[in-house]
Design a protein around this ligand. Structure first.
Ligand SMILES: Cc1cc2nc3c(=O)[nH]c(=O)nc-3n(C[C@H](O)[C@H](O)[C@H](O)COP(=O)(O)OP(=O)(O)OC[C@H]3O[C@@H](n4cnc5c(N)ncnc54)[C@H](O)[C@@H]3O)c2cc1C
Length: 416
């Protein structure tokens, strides 16, 4: 494993960083101002997207981008440091068409859409003309276990009729969100993992009712984490993604790359929290000493650096494995980083907030946003415990295959 960034990656990092410094960061205050005034999407977003696209900084997340599709094809390993840079501002990834959940949705459509579905949905997504949402979680069942979803997708002649209630659907409040990729049940009597299917629903279809945009830790996200009711929503049978009964498999295929992207951005956000902590601790004095001179603050800084570097190495290893052997074979590593990185970001952001004093909880720093997002992704794409369970199961399976090997190292006294 060679994790040194290639010359191509170093050049791209410089290009993305320069773009970020020249065009994105200077507009951050305006972004917040416009959003607080209810202007969303913000006035300059389309111009920035066009500029990023013209510079080839577009769709960088998609390793198997085809010749006729817009963007620069990179491996997951090459994409990782770029996602770190983009992740430092919550709204920046959209400028490069690299924001969740559109990225995961594009990957899903890339793998499974029919030629007609590609024309209708994938191409406008790749161009950045529309946005999309992934619609799985339901308020009435424990959705950590995706087999629990209850929303019904019932076939009637040449149509599917959809009924159910979903919530925390990210991006659904975005005015350009035109596509909802919904997971529900086509056959509740089939084997557990063959009951589910996915359908592509236009967001303006009759019967789609956006109930509310749910704030997260009282944080309002303009793109939304929405509750949506589907009442007798009708779509043609050609709207099925893959085949009936493949929904669970499709959900698994979608979540691998999506999870690693969250973790890559999270590393960048943790770096930002550490940078803020270091700068603040050199500016503020109490009892005649700068804050970093107190050993608890110095320890917090050192622990944060160690945790970020550890986590980054595991994320890069996971990216490398996805590139080399595919997301399925890398599922243990994907679960490991998904359980590790958001918790790390929570811890580091919490330390940074403490060093900032009261200001750390105010909107004058990005720390509350970084914290609430880190806390949220401890659930999104599967809560920590589900990933820990997956890792433990794979460890036990591996142990069972070599059972007794470790016991050879025991030195037990003879039983009398
Ligand atoms: C900000 C945000 C954005 C989101 N975006 C989307 C989206 O775009 N689309 C979408 O469909 N969903 C989205 N979600 C929902 C997210 O995927 C779910 O919250 C998650 O899958 C957990 O489901 P649940 O909330 O029903 O929790 P439950 O399934 O009710 O689980 C509750 C808790 O039980 C514990 N638990 C569960 N399983 C186990 C286990 N095996 N062992 C031990 N403990 C366990 C965990 O602590 C878990 O948090 C989002 C959530 C948030 C917070």
């Amino acid at each position: 494993m060679d994790f040194a960034y290639s010359e191509k990656t170093r050049d791209l990092c410089l290009q993305v960083q320069n773009f970020f410094d020249d065009h994105i960061l200077p507009r951050n205050e305006l972004w917040h101002k416009e959003v607080s005034e209810g202007k969303y999407p913000v006035s300059f977003m389309e111009d920035l997207k066009a500029l990023a696209k013209s510079e080839g900084l577009w769709n960088l997340f998609l390793p198997n981008l085809q010749e006729d599709e817009p963007g620069t094809r990179l491996t997951n390993l090459e994409y990782a440091p770029l996602a770190e840079i983009m992740g430092k501002l919550m709204w920046a990834s959209e400028v490069f068409n690299c924001n969740a959940p559109d990225t995961g949705n594009m990957e899903l459509l890339h793998m499974f859409a029919t030629p007609e579905q590609r024309v209708q949905w994938l191409n406008p997504l790749l161009e950045g003309d529309i946005r999309s949402a992934f619609v799985m979680t339901e308020p009435d069942v424990a959705s950590s276990d995706a087999t629990n979803v209850q929303t019904l997708i019932r076939r009637e002649g040449d149509e599917y009729v959809i009924n159910g209630r979903k919530w925390f659907i990210t991006n659904a409040a975005h005015p350009n969100c035109k596509l909802l990729i919904l997971m529900g049940k086509t056959d509740p009597d089939a084997a557990t993992h063959q009951q589910q299917s996915m359908v592509l629903i236009p967001s303006d279809a009759e019967g789609v009712d956006m109930v509310r945009n749910i704030t997260v830790l009282n944080h309002f996200a303009p793109e939304g984490h929405c509750e949506i009711v589907f009442r007798n929503v009708r779509v043609p049978v050609s709207s099925i993604l893959g085949e009936e009964g493949q929904g669970f498999m499709l959900a698994q295929a979608r979540l691998g790359p999506g999870r690693i992207h969250h973790c890559m951005r999270s590393i960048g956000q943790s770096e930002l929290a550490l940078d803020l902590m270091c700068e603040r601790s050199q500016e503020r004095k109490t009892f005649g000493k700068h804050l970093h001179e107190y050993s608890n603050v110095a320890d917090d800084i050192a622990e944060s650096r160690i945790e970020i570097d550890q986590a980054r190495l595991l994320v890069l290893k996971t990216a490398w494995m996805i590139d080399e052997v595919g997301a399925k074979a890398a599922r243990k590593e994907i679960s490991m980083i998904k359980a590790l990185v958001p918790r790390m970001q929570c811890n580091i952001t919490d330390r940074a907030m403490q060093v900032f004093g009261a200001m750390g909880l105010s909107p004058d720093t990005p720390l509350p946003d970084l914290y609430s997002w880190a806390r949220a992704i401890r659930y999104a794409d599967g809560p920590d415990e589900v990933h820990l369970r997956g890792v433990a199961r794979m460890e036990i399976k591996a142990s069972r295959e070599k059972l007794g090997q470790a016991a050879r190292y025991l030195t037990l006294p003879e039983r009398l």
